[in-house]
Design a protein around this ligand. Structure first.
Ligand code: FAD
Length: 310
């Protein structure tokens, strides 16, 4: 059995594994895809002390750092079930899709999240070529340019307010007849001179010149008419979905599926900790996930040293 098993090999999981291994305790990592979401992006400019890196490079660096230590990495393995210990301080079991099962005295969940996509033509082709998901990450790339934000919930409206301070103009596109964001955010949005709001609009296509985004098409749901907007950037803000479906019924999740953690990363199950985008921790960023993974790992160690000797 492991003393610490980490499920998830993104920034949070890598940090958790390094911190655990440095305590000299038996540590394992199970990851469906070691590196996590950073593998899906190119330029990263907000990992403090690293002014610029690229996603695949950071993913490889995370793995290299973990491999400096005696950590058992089980890559391309998907966890499908968590079985809590049956006695206080007992072994926790994680079942894998392969049929294998792993036992551990403490567990760190860091399975991250995925952005919900529009599933329209061009969206995938122009990912990182104008189609973006994270205003904190990619907003500055669109300084003085025209952008759209898709989605009129809190995150979409927050993104539009944020981007209005950087971009030349922002068009917010909402599918429904009304925005769903909090009233104070909507009031703030409507006070900004360079923001236009279009409601009852279904985005139908991301347009590009082969190399980058040049516009988008949408259908006015009231009239059924198609329109196009010329722009350089599109921020898709229709939801961030935690990879926690497999945890339903074992640890407490919010209605949106985030793992509920306290300030130390403790979940509702003794010995089970969680970190990063999969949790209720606010603001989903690499540097935050790394800090959070370190914190959950120290909490797991703190839990282990209080267990009765085996
Ligand atoms: P993730 O990176 O999502 O890692 C989750 C890990 O869990 C992966 O290894 C995954 O394979 C694994 N996993 C999931 N389910 C299972 C399972 N059932 N069993 C086993 N393993 C599983 N942030 C920034 O700070 N700066 C940026 O510039 C930036 N740009 C971004 C660009 C894009 C396109 C995207 C998508 C995100 C970007 N982010 C950026 C956000 C950042 O990538 C995330 O906040 C960060 O990766 C979260 O780390 P994490 O370890 O919590 O989760």
């Amino acid at each position: 059995a492991f003393e610490v098993l980490v499920v998830g090999g993104g920034p949070a999981g890598a940090a958790a594994a390094v911190y655990a291994a440095r305590k000299g305790i038996r540590t394992g990592v199970v990851a469906e895809r070691f590196g996590g979401q950073v593998l899906d992006t190119m330029d990263i400019e907000n990992l403090i002390s690293v002014p610029h890196t690229e996603g695949p490079k950071l993913g490889a660096a995370l793995e290299a750092h973990v491999k400096q230590y005696d950590v058992d990495i089980m890559n391309v393995q998907k966890a499908t079930k968590l079985v809590p210990a049956t006695t206080p301080g007992g072994l926790i079991e994680v079942q894998l899709e392969s049929g294998a099962s792993i036992r551990t005295r403490s567990l760190i969940l860091s399975t991250g999240a995925r952005w919900r996509t529009m599933n329209v033509p061009g969206e995938d082709q122009y990912r990182a070529k104008g189609v973006a998901f994270c205003p904190h990450c990619d907003g500055p790339l669109f300084k003085g340019k025209r952008v759209a934000v898709i989605g009129g919930g809190n995150s979409g409206v927050e993104a539009a307010i944020d981007l209005a301070g950087i971009a030349a103009g922002v068009t917010l596109i909402e599918f429904d007849a009304r925005l769903r964001a909090d009233a104070v955010l909507q009031a703030k949005l409507r006070s900004l001179p360079n923001v236009r709001v279009i409601t009852s609009a279904l985005t139908t296509e991301v347009l590009g010149d082969g190399a980058k985004v040049t516009g988008l098409s949408y259908k006015d749901r009231a009239t059924d008419q198609q329109h196009t907007i010329e722009l350089e950037g599109i921020f898709v803000q229709i939801g961030l979905v935690p990879n926690t479906e497999w945890l339903k019924g074992s640890v407490e999740l919010t209605p949106r599926g985030e793992i509920v953690v306290d300030a130390k990363g403790q979940t509702s199950v003794p010995g089970v900790f969680a970190a990063g985008d999969a949790t209720t921790v606010p603001y989903k960023q690499i540097i935050i996930a790394m800090g959070d993974g370190a914190k959950a790992s120290l909490s797991a160690f703190d839990y282990l040293i209080r267990l009765a000797p085996a």
